[in-house]
Design a protein around this ligand. Structure first.
Ligand code: AMP
Ligand code: MN
Ligand code: MN
Ligand code: MN
Length: 294
């Protein structure tokens, strides 16, 4: 196998959180798209990993056990992807239970606030779209589009679900050191997700990166389905300066967003060390891609 030219997509979602393909469908689609190594990184959930890994064996895709953890930093939400986690690590699972309890309460509170704004039944609508798994703002957005309250998901976020809008409920996610501790305790490698999406000034982004590195962050998404070419280059320089490993992931949520496809992100800018630099193809299935804590 040409190890150097393998296609990596290290940030994707399934129906275990707010994606629309089941874990098995996601992996089959990854195989069709020519992805060799796929990380499944659902929001605050490890529930899709086992099914994805089983599908990986069937379709010839190496599936990295991952997660996208919600973190509160200076009053705003940031996302950290954990790659190659042990999905059974007790401390991680206890932390996720806490976040998902908050999610369940938040979903009901969002329902109450949206009802006050004239949109009754949103909690029930979002829940019906969540397959019995965690409820995300994306499920509310899809429900509001379906009932004609907005033209598309982006429009719903802008009008209802972001800070200052009627359905917004401030997050109470993991503290940075705590969340990265859960990931590292599970043998995972923390990677700051889509850093250009937080509307941070240069100096504040540097401060975030410094604090996360202090807590054990190893990588940063330089290439993301949500980064422009310029943003890739800017974040690439940041990776170079800080010594963080560079990651690449589409942030795929399903075929409804045709502008994001699996495995089609541009290559990493030259001169960076990829987060997969020391990964070798699995000799044997199943097995961890990177050795996990014993
Ligand atoms: P939650 O973790 O439940 O607060 O939901 C966060 C998710 O909502 C993100 O992972 C995105 O998938 C989606 N999202 C956030 N902001 C937007 C936006 N402006 N437009 C579309 N989707 C968004
Ligand atoms: Mn999402
Ligand atoms: Mn994210
Ligand atoms: Mn994501």
């Amino acid at each position: 196998m040409a190890v150097m030219n393998r296609c990596y997509d290290l940030h994707t979602h399934s129906t275990a959180s707010d994606g629309t393909l089941t874990p098995a469908e996601l992996v089959r689609h990854a195989a069709d798209c020519g992805v060799d190594v796929l990380a499944i990184t659902d929001h605050d959930s490890v529930e899709g990993i086992a099914e994805a890994q089983q599908a990986g064996r069937a379709f010839g895709v190496e599936v990295v056990a991952g997660i996208e953890l919600s973190i509160t930093w200076m009053g705003q939400v940031i996302h950290v992807v954990g790659l190659s986690i042990d999905p059974a690590a007790p401390e991680l699972l206890a932390g996720l239970d806490r976040l998902c309890e908050f999610r369940a309460w938040r979903a009901e509170e969002m329902g109450r606030r949206l009802a006050q704004a004239g949109y009754a039944g949103c909690f029930e609508g979002a829940k019906a779209l969540s397959n019995g798994r965690l409820i995300s703002r994306t499920h509310f957005a899809r429900h509001l589009v379906q009932r004609g309250a907005a033209s598309d998901v982006r429009d719903v976020f802008k009008r209802f679900l972001v800070r200052g809008k009627p359905g917004h409920v401030p997050g109470r996610w993991a503290e940075p050191a705590e969340g990265l501790g859960w990931l590292r305790g599970a043998g995972g490698r923390p990677v700051l997700a889509h850093p250009a999406r937080y509307n941070l000034t240069r100096s504040k982004l540097r401060r975030l990166v410094a604090e996360l590195m202090e807590a054990g962050c190893e990588g940063i998404e330089v290439v993301s389905g949500s980064h422009s070419r310029d943003e890739c280059l800017t974040i690439g320089r940041l990776a170079h300066e800080t010594g963080l490993l560079a990651s690449s992931g589409s942030d795929y949520h399903g075929p409804e967003n045709p502008w994001v496809e699996l495995g089609k992100c541009p290559p990493l800018p030259a001169g960076l060390t990829p987060v997969w630099h020391d990964w070798s193809p699995r000799a044997e299935w199943p097995g961890p891609l990177v050795s996990v804590r014993s």
